[in-house]
Design a protein around this ligand. Structure first.
Ligand SMILES: NC(=O)c1ccc[n+]([C@@H]2O[C@H](COP(=O)([O-])OP(=O)(O)OC[C@H]3O[C@@H](n4cnc5c(N)ncnc54)[C@H](OP(=O)(O)O)[C@@H]3O)[C@@H](O)[C@H]2O)c1
Length: 240
């Protein structure tokens, strides 16, 4: 599980899966550049890492994944501070669950901008550096609903199917440059994603943020010649 001195960018790291992943990777010696919109939560994460004397550094760059300048600033910080980028984890995202005739056009645009365009913008900002290095790893946190649909999930599943298509095409585009691409497909995680909130009794048997963090650690710490193309994970309590 060696990520010592690796430079890892994570979007959506102010809470949930991204935050737990940032902490675990830093505990294992990675230097982690974290982004999300909530600057206070990111500063708290940075402080937790410093005060906990974790082996790696956590560097916060507040930003919105839908903003191209913000994503370029995140990548620039990683390069300025650590001179290279090993891994980019596209994790920022959210869900809106309504029947199609109840969805607004604004809800559609905003969610697609975060889940799909955000993945594109952070990946695009990092790619020139990864190509110049002839190495690197792009992880895209999609969902098991990148591969299955359900009533009330038209918008969210469309965004995750779009991430899935992006992941597949990107993989074909960059493999010959020595760049790994991993799609992560998880079932229910007890993050802050769901309406009932983190820690609700109904989510007791779901995956924990820490289960996802351990999965990410496994994915990004494989030897140079190994790529996990797809990673599917569920709580045992969930039908699949
Ligand atoms: N929880 C599940 O059951 C589940 C299952 C499968 C896949 N996923 C996926 O896992 C990923 C992480 O979600 P989570 O479960 O950890 O949810 P979460 O606890 O709600 O965390 C979502 C993160 O995304 C960030 N984010 C949202 N919009 C953003 C934007 N425009 N710009 C920058 N950051 C933004 C949030 O930070 P700010 O609000 O501070 O910006 C937050 O850090 C998502 O892509 C989600 O679709 C979740």
């Amino acid at each position: 599980m060696n990520v010592e001195n690796k430079t890892i960018i994570i979007s959506g790291a102010s809470r949930g899966i991204g935050r737990a992943t940032a902490l675990l990777l830093a505990q294992h010696g990675a230097n982690v550049v974290v982004t999300a919109r909530n600057a206070d939560e990111l500063a708290e994460l940075e402080k937790q890492a410093t005060e906990g004397h974790v082996r790696g550094k956590i560097v916060a760059v507040p930003g919105d994944v839908t903003n191209e300048d913000d994503m370029e600033a995140v990548v620039k910080t990683a390069i300025d501070q650590f001179q290279h980028i090993d891994v980019v984890i596209n994790n920022a995202g959210y869900g809106v669950f309504k029947n199609v005739d109840e969805l607004t056009a604004t809800e559609w645009d905003d969610l697609m901008a975060t889940n799909v365009k955000g993945t594109f913008l952070l990946t695009k900002a990092a790619l020139p550096h990864l190509k110049a290095q002839a190495s690197g790893h792009i992880v895209i946190v999609a969902s098991d609903v990148a591969k299955r649909t359900f009533a009330g999930g038209a918008l969210y599943t469309a965004s995750k199917y779009a991430q899935e298509a992006f992941t597949g095409a990107l993989r074909k585009e960059v493999r010959s440059f020595g760049i790994k691409v991993t799609g992560v497909y998880s079932g229910l995680v007890d993050s802050h994603f769901h309406a009932k909130g983190h820690g609700h009794e109904t989510s007791q048997n779901w995956l924990k943020n820490e289960d996802m963090a351990e999965s990410m650690l496994f994915i990004v710490s494989r030897p140079a010649h190994v790529v996990v193309d797809e990673f599917m994970i569920h709580p045992l309590s969930q039908e699949y």
